[in-house]
Design a protein around this ligand. Structure first.
Ligand SMILES: Cc1cc2nc3c(=O)[nH]c(=O)nc-3n(C[C@H](O)[C@H](O)[C@H](O)COP(=O)(O)O)c2cc1C
Length: 372
């Protein structure tokens, strides 16, 4: 049977060569939001992976919207120029479509890089004032965020629009709003973080208001022929938290404003929640949103084995599959999946001679790896 994973998918005028997506992955390695040689080699390597789409990491729309001092941003001309250099290299040598995830960290900002501990920054390390829908700290040891005012919301909406325009100027193929993992737009959606009593709190309609306003403004600022998506949370995994039923309603509302797909992730609104982590543990959430909201869905989360990923697409649970850690482990994942599934995949010509059909060494190398 021909592979479903290795079939094309159309999102507006963009055709992805296959359903494999490199999930957005923060690198915490930028200089005041500007990409550098780390991003050049990281994205450069993934851009020759043969994936249908490479997502650039969560990219802050304003300086205070970064998670750490190392987060990528698209809030200045310098950020735009630095990313432009990386995008140009990916275009020159790569074979993937290029998307970017635009984000605001909200109350999860002003943090140490994960390898520095991931805790809230101390004043002497350059902490900044974070903001959120409500003055509710993420956890013990985290500062109380500033509750956003109407003027703040105007400013943040404008920042999402400005970053979207910068992404358009860079010629990126797709833009995605980060509405998951406990960052600002998710904080509005989740009753755990959103305690407002105004038009932005309480009912789901009110909690969706600001994320939908941002997505609508991004859609208007983004070329009509190019796809816009959102990463949403399928559930907070907490009583009284955002639920899959609410995710379906949110996905429908996103579709209605011209959003072309949602990536269904979960968790992150607080550091600790009872998440049943296991192979494909978010797949059911993706399938539910796809079925009930009628929007294209990208699944993610411990999907790494080629036949498992193939089944997720072939069975109609998802339209695309994103992988993060599997790509860090094996940036040639699509080549090896194509081999396992008997499907065609693009190699850069420079690396063509490593195709298993041209290189008997493949037979020697793979079993050794599998046996590790
Ligand atoms: C190093 C790293 C950085 C990440 N950064 C982001 C990010 O920028 N935006 C995002 O939505 N998710 C981010 N994630 C989550 C992944 O995109 C993905 O949803 C999660 O790792 C589950 O997929 P996996 O099992 O294939 O790794 C990150 C994950 C890793 C491992």
């Amino acid at each position: 049977m021909p592979s479903s994973l290795f079939t094309t998918i159309d999102l507006r005028d963009l055709t992805l060569a296959n359903r494999i997506v490199v999930s957005p992955m923060c690198q915490y390695s930028a200089d005041d939001g500007s990409a550098n040689d780390w991003h050049m080699q990281h994205l450069g390597s993934l851009a020759v992976s043969g994936a249908g789409l490479l997502m650039i990491e969560a990219t802050a729309v304003e300086q205070a919207g970064r998670i750490t001092h190392g987060c990528l941003g698209l809030y200045s001309d310098a950020n735009e120029a630095a990313l432009g250099r990386v995008v140009a290299a990916c275009r020159r040598f790569g074979n993937t479509a290029l998307g970017i995830q635009l984000a605001h960290a909200g109350r999860k900002g002003s943090a140490q890089r994960p390898w520095e501990g991931g805790r809230a920054l101390r004043a002497e390390d350059g902490a900044w004032l974070t903001s959120a829908p409500s003055p509710v700290a993420l956890d013990e040891g985290w500062p109380t965020p500033h509750a956003l005012t109407a003027a703040d919301l105007d400013r943040i909406e404008a920042a999402f629009v400005a970053a979207t325009r910068r992404a358009a100027r860079l010629g990126l193929d797709l833009v995605e709003a980060h509405c998951a993992h406990g960052y600002l737009l998710h904080e509005f959606l989740s009753p755990i973080a959103n305690k407002r009593t105004d038009a932005h709190g309480g009912s789901l309609e009110n909690r969706m208001r600001f994320p939908l306003r941002v997505a609508t403004a991004m859609r208007a600022a983004w070329p009509a022929e190019k796809p816009l998506g959102a990463r949403i949370t399928g559930t907070d995994w907490l009583p009284g938290g955002f639920s899959v039923e609410e995710a379906v309603v949110f996905a429908r509302a996103l579709k209605a404003i011209g959003c072309d797909y949602v990536c269904v992730s979960s968790g992150g609104i607080v550091p600790k929640a009872p998440i049943p982590v296991g192979p494909g543990y978010q797949l059911e959430l993706a399938a539910r949103v796809r079925r009930d909201a009628g929007i294209a869905v990208r699944a993610v989360g411990l999907l790494a084995e080629p036949h498992q990923v193939e089944t997720a697409i072939a069975s109609g649970q998802a339209d695309m599959v994103a992988m993060a850690r599997a790509f860090l482990d094996d940036p040639r994942w699509p080549w090896h999946a194509a081999e396992a599934l008997g499907a065609p995949v693009r190699y850069p010509p420079q690396y063509e001679r490593s195709r298993p059909t041209l290189w008997p060494g493949a037979k020697l190398a793979r079993p050794a790896r599998a046996a590790e």
